[in-house]
Unconditional design. Structure first.
Length: 751
């Protein structure tokens, strides 16, 4: 079958119109990956474009591999010649070839986030600054934000507004830290993740011959998830495309949720301003979700003002209503969600892998995990500690990196006394200070250690230098695996881990063996042309969280934050913790832009669901060590109430299937347990007679006798007619005192 026959009309138009600036607005579940891959395949197969002249940029290696595999099924092995990968990996490839123009070695080290934060922590200490004020996270994020906005350390220091902002936040030395950090990275021959973008922009700005080379080499640029790009990424893309303007961006403004990482939604909202001849294609048919889920999601996102107009629809089945689970506490929320998952699995012959539980913050997983464990339901948490962030893995990687780049300060600090060789922190600090004071590299300082440190440590340092020189020779003679194995063995790391016979020690040893297995697999891959250790380390340093998720156990429920769920889909989705100050987050209520991003996050969560969607919230939750009363999220008001039914499992209460009115307020006030309403220990749910019919409660007054289908008989002790919804406090004979919302409760009057 012709690949174009697999597309609907809108998709086909977006695929075959390949020339000039193009924006494809792709609603959730609309097949954007298929369109992007077939557009590339069409360029190669039908337009005759050489794959070497096509660049496709994604945000995860997993997405890039999926796209490449799909393209290969259409055009064959030529797909391997595409410039395809994440922004960071593709630009790192360019920098490997051109880094010397910026004064870096072509074998520069890539610092991960932990490396950067460790270096920043050391700089703060060396500068004699308060470590509580200049926390690594805060400093790192500030510098990262500056780089994403293409602000160099020189421009940062010269900017009075930035200096004033830092001063008002009691961090006046931020600019100096940025400067020191940038210079130390440069001296170490290292770039952090942000540098891979920042330095690519700098390369194209300062070296026009390099820009000209890539402008003519790259004839077509395609960008996936364009709504997630930052200013720096967009500027690089614009420079690359300025000759031919064959730029195609694919994205959905309704799914822009990464502003905290520097993503700038105005890139997609204002794209048309930069390209007057822009062609716009809209993919509006959702193939993923039921009609109920699609229309409910539409009802939420239409509340945002800043958006590109589109009308997402589906021809899928109508599907069941969205179920709302109400809980007294976060622990009960976990229990109800776990019970619901178990029941749905058993009733519909599902696998646990069909289920995902999404939350706003990682801390919410505790109550959910406890409930799942109590029911013996296996689960996995996506976004936990990465394999490549484990200590033993980072230790060996540091040895491998230092064998390649002896100026790498972060790796030096990590391995100089590992395994212990009698070189303490004081000696290390002296060497670092000496290197900085004399304007030499740390490697030069090591080779002249007798000039800077006491004689007692000199022997151990000399042995270390000899060891590293031997490792460097191994790199010249052997492939990545053989060299890595020699370094793991020669460093003493393997022996130290092997001799630790504890359960933890065995696990660490197995992890290192797994890393060596990964390197062996890399070397044995026939598609790899560069089998060097340097090439392997570059790939490892750019692995993302989703790329590492290889656990496909069919008997595990997935738990993750909504941010981690972007781009994924599950048959059954549970969104928990829908409470004010939690979702939307309290930190995202200061501006309309922040609140709209939170609403887009809710939209992303909803649209992960294929068949069923469950929402839940708790009336009380422990936060920061204190029990907090909670209100349902305002986002529940955004949902069209036609698509919601309330779970009947909340404290034995039966609720109307389609509530109306101000939903968030009605839910929090409709059923409220007070300190004086302790049920009798012997009370059981009341069973209403078959002829039970609710009365009109508009005339309800204090003193009247009423009957509730679950709580039985009681007396109205207080009426509250203030506000938009009337409430009644009722003393039930067997269940104590409860406050009910009259528009929501079912009561039969007996007076």
């Amino acid at each position: 079958m012709n690949y174009l026959d697999q597309l609907n009309d809108a998709q086909r138009e977006a695929v075959i119109n390949t020339e000039g600036p193009t924006m494809i607005i792709a609603g959730a579940g609309s097949g954007k990956t298929r369109v992007l891959t077939y557009r590339i395949a069409h360029l190669i197969k039908d337009k005759g474009v050489d794959p070497f002249n096509i660049m496709a940029l994604t945000f995860t290696n997993k997405a890039a591999k999926e796209m490449r595999d799909r393209i290969e099924t259409v055009v064959g092995s030529d797909a391997r010649n595409l410039w395809m990968g994440t922004f960071h990996s593709v630009f790192a490839r360019i920098l490997r070839a051109e880094a010397h123009l910026l004064g870096y070695p072509n074998s520069f080290t890539i610092y991960d986030t932990d490396d950067s934060k460790t270096l920043l922590k050391n700089i703060v200490k060396e500068l004699g600054l308060d470590e509580a004020t200049y926390k690594p996270n805060v400093v790192y994020n500030r510098i990262s934000a500056a780089k994403n906005r293409l602000i160099s350390w020189q421009e940062y220091i010269a900017n009075p507004e930035l200096r004033s902002d830092d001063a008002s936040n009691m961090r006046p030395e931020m600019g100096n830290i940025y400067k020191t950090y940038a210079l130390r990275c440069f001296k170490a021959g290292a770039m952090d993740f942000d540098d891979l973008l920042f330095n690519t922009d700098k390369l194209f700005k300062e070296h026009l011959e390099a820009l000209n080379k890539y402008q003519h080499r790259i004839q077509y640029v395609l960008v996936d998830e364009f709504q997630d790009t930052n200013l720096c990424q967009y500027f690089i893309i614009r420079k690359l495309c300025s000759v031919r303007e064959n730029i195609c961006v694919v994205g959905d403004d309704a799914q822009s949720i990464y502003a905290f990482r520097g993503a700038d939604i105005t890139n997609i909202l204002n794209f048309e301003r930069d390209y007057r001849d822009l062609k716009i294609f809209k993919l509006e048919q959702n193939y993923r979700s039921t009609q109920t889920i699609v229309e409910a999601a539409n009802s939420v996102i239409q509340k945002n003002r800043a958006q590109l107009p589109k009308s997402v629809w589906t021809s899928n089945e109508e599907g069941r209503l969205i179920e709302l689970i109400k809980a007294v506490s976060d622990n009960e929320e976990g229990r109800l969600v776990a019970s619901s998952i178990f029941e749905e699995k058993m009733q519909h012959q599902l696998k646990f892998s069909d289920f995902v539980i999404l939350y706003r913050t990682n801390s919410q997983s505790r109550a959910i995990e406890e409930a799942l464990r109590r029911m013996n339901i296996k689960y996995k948490i996506v976004g936990g500690l990465s394999f490549y962030q484990r200590k033993e893995i980072k230790d060996l990687l540091a040895y491998l990196r230092f064998a390649i780049n002896q100026n790498d300060e972060a790796s030096f600090r990590r391995i100089i006394n590992l395994p212990k060789r009698g070189i303490g922190d004081t000696t290390v600090d002296k060497l670092i200070v000496a290197a900085n004071d004399h304007g030499i590299s740390i490697w030069e300082a090591l080779q002249h250690a007798n000039s800077f440190v006491g004689s007692r440590a000199t022997g151990a340092i000399d042995d270390f230098v000899t060891l590293i020189k031997r490792f460097s020779l191994e790199l010249e003679r052997k492939d990545a695996y053989d060299a890595a194995f020699e370094i793991a063995k020669g460093s003493g790391l393997l022996r130290e881990l092997y001799e630790d016979k504890t359960v933890e020690g065995l696990s660490r040893y197995e992890n290192v063996q797994e890393l060596l297995n990964a390197i062996k697999e890399y070397v044995d891959d026939p598609e790899r042309t560069d089998k060097s250790l340097s090439a392997f380390l570059q790939e490892v340093s750019l692995v993302t969280g989703q790329d590492e998720d290889k656990d496909k156990d069919p008997e595990k429920v997935t738990l993750m934050t909504i941010h981690m769920a972007k781009g994924l889909e599950f048959k059954y989705v549970y969104i928990v913790g829908l409470e004010e100050d939690l979702f939307p987050s309290q930190m995202m209520l200061s501006s309309r832009a922040d609140l709209e991003e939170e609403r887009r996050l809710f939209y992303v969560a909803i649209t992960r669901a294929e068949k069923r969607l469950f929402l839940s919230y708790a009336l009380t939750r422990y936060r920061f060590g204190r029990l907090k009363n909670c209100e349902p999220s305002r986002f529940l008001d955004d949902l069209d109430q036609r698509f919601i039914k309330v779970s009947t499992k909340f404290g034995g209460l039966e609720s109307s299937s389609r509530p109306s009115g101000n939903y968030a307020r009605s839910l929090v006030n409709g059923i409220k347990r007070t300190t004086t309403s302790t049920p009798k220990a012997t009370a059981t749910n009341y069973k209403a007679p078959a002829d039970f019919t609710p009365s009109d409660t508009s005339t309800l007054q204090e003193g009247m006798k009423v009957e509730h289908p679950k709580f039985g008989f009681g007396t109205v002790v207080k009426m509250d007619n203030t506000g938009a919804d009337r409430k009644a406090k009722i003393q039930f004979d067997d269940f104590g005192e409860k406050t009910l919302l009259l528009s929501f409760a079912k009561l039969r009057i007996h007076n």
